[in-house]
Design a protein around this ligand. Structure first.
Ligand code: ADP
Ligand code: MG
Length: 439
């Protein structure tokens, strides 16, 4: 078998055995030939190389063995690495400190980040510091719930800077690992090496700072690292699941430092953004997902974007079993949805039914009027739209006079409470609901 043919076989094998790790850019990897039980493969950047080494080495080697029937491993090289084995494994620095920094995922670029109302500000801040590290804003602090793109933005900053300033010393680390390396450095007496690693960085990116241990000494160390870098105008980028003032274990002086720069929240994506994310992830994985299927995946009530990706993975698995293209019925089966979903009532039907009953005009519902005679029907409309359609809180707010999602949440709660307390009102809402759904 020619080397090129083997490589083609490896990629094909990966696509069937490990579809979830396959990416469109695997096509751009360049096989350099096989020798001594190794296939050397050149990646487009060091970020790609490091990611392949850390996250994909076993599946690649396994696929190479399956294809050749020989014991073969895959070795990844960056654009500037040579084939000389002596150079491939440079003598390690004498430090005994463990380096458990995480690899940067090359998929997490700005290009692959879908912007929406919930993340626009955080995205803008990240782009600005990546263009002008150390001078635009310092620090940048991104916070928000799990799976909403914080790590993606942090990676994107690192990738952009490493492309535009290849000599910049970047340090990307999770806060947990900062703390555990710090403890280890104390134990083995290598504080100097530990300090050097972080304080010599041009850009320090620390993910999940809520895990900064409450222990005085590690916060102290972090504080000094922060100050030193800040004073030297080095860029600091941080993420957390809460805003600085809400991280329970954080000392006041760190809270105030974290707030010095640019603080932005990432919020759950609205429906349109979710559709765009599903499409973008599908493209990245080289999967052809029709628009109606993307909408189906995006319309599921989800808490985190990772769940959208999981849905896509189930779909890929189902395609492997069934063969053929991705269709709506296949998607429903893969996602465990009933084959036929009763059509949801439209917002128009809901509003006209409710306004008929309360004898108000639709234009009044959309106005800023807060009088009870208008406010209650408006709240009932919001409540029914939320319950019976797949519109997001933001969208519903937009339909009823450009209100924000907290107003919609409040309306839903108010109607729920009133239904519990007022029997007659409860009966009215039930009958409106029946009329709207035709059931
Ligand atoms: P967090 O760090 O906030 O928990 P991640 O950054 O790990 O979340 O995001 C979880 C997954 O969702 C990742 O695969 C990421 O690429 C994806 N994701 C999140 N937000 C976006 C977005 N706006 N556009 C594209 N992908 C996104
Ligand atoms: Mg994260």
């Amino acid at each position: 078998m020619a080397d090129q043919e083997i490589w083609g076989g490896v990629l094909a094998r990966l696509r069937t055995a490990h579809p979830n790790i396959c990416r469109q850019w695997f096509e751009d990897l360049e096989p350099l030939g096989i020798s001594e039980g190794l296939i050397h493969v050149r990646a487009g950047s060091d970020v790609h190389r490091d990611y392949l080494k850390r996250a994909c080495a076993d599946p690649f080697s396994e696929a190479a063995r399956d294809v050749t029937g020989r014991l073969i491993s895959v070795r990844f090289l960056g654009p500037d690495d040579t084939l000389d084995p002596a150079e491939l494994a440079p003598p390690r620095a004498p430090s005994r400190l463990r380096d458990d920094s995480l690899p940067i995922n090359p998929d997490n670029t700005f290009e692959n980040f879908v912007q929406g109302p919930g993340n626009r500000l955080a995205h803008a801040g990240a782009v600005a510091v990546a263009a002008n590290p150390g001078t635009a804003f310092n620090p940048v602090f991104v916070h928000g719930g799990v799976g909403l793109g914080k790590t993606h933005l942090l990676h994107a900053v690192c990738i952009r800077i490493s492309q535009e300033q290849p000599d910049a010393r970047l340090c990307y680390i999770s806060c947990e690992s900062f703390v555990s390396q710090f403890m280890q450095a104390i134990q083995i007496g290598e504080m100097e090496q530990f300090r050097a690693r972080f304080r010599e960085a041009d850009v320090l990116v620390v993910d999940d700072v809520q895990f900064l241990s409450p222990a005085e000494r590690s916060q102290e160390e972090f504080f000094h690292t922060f100050n030193e870098l800040y004073q030297a105008k080095r860029q600091i980028v941080l993420s957390s699941d809460e805003p600085p003032e809400k991280i329970p274990t954080l000392q006041e002086r760190l809270v105030s430092r974290f707030k010095w720069g640019f603080v932005a929240e990432v919020e759950p994506p609205c429906y349109e953004t979710r559709v765009a994310i599903v499409k973008s992830k599908a493209t990245l994985r080289g999967v052809d997902v029709p628009d109606d299927v993307a909408c189906l995946i995006a319309s599921r009530r989800i808490g985190s974007i990772r769940e959208l990706e999981n849905a896509l993975t189930s779909l890929q698995a189902q395609v492997l079993v069934d063969g053929g293209p991705i269709t709506m019925s296949l998607a429903r089966e893969a996602l465990g949805e009933p084959a036929e979903i009763a059509a949801a009532p439209s917002v128009e039907v809901i509003t006209s039914t409710v306004t008929d009953f309360y004898n108000v005009r639709i234009s009044e519902l959309q106005s800023k009027k807060r009088h009870r005679s208008v406010a209650l029907p408006r709240q009932v409309c919001m409540y029914l739209t939320r319950r019976l359609t797949r519109h997001s809180l933001e969208e519903i707010g937009g339909m009823f006079g450009g209100r924000d999602h907290t107003t919609v949440m409040h309306a839903v709660k108010t109607v729920e409470t009133k239904r519990g307390a007022d029997e007659q009102f409860d009966a009215v809402v039930s009958s409106l609901e029946k009329r709207v759904t035709g059931r």
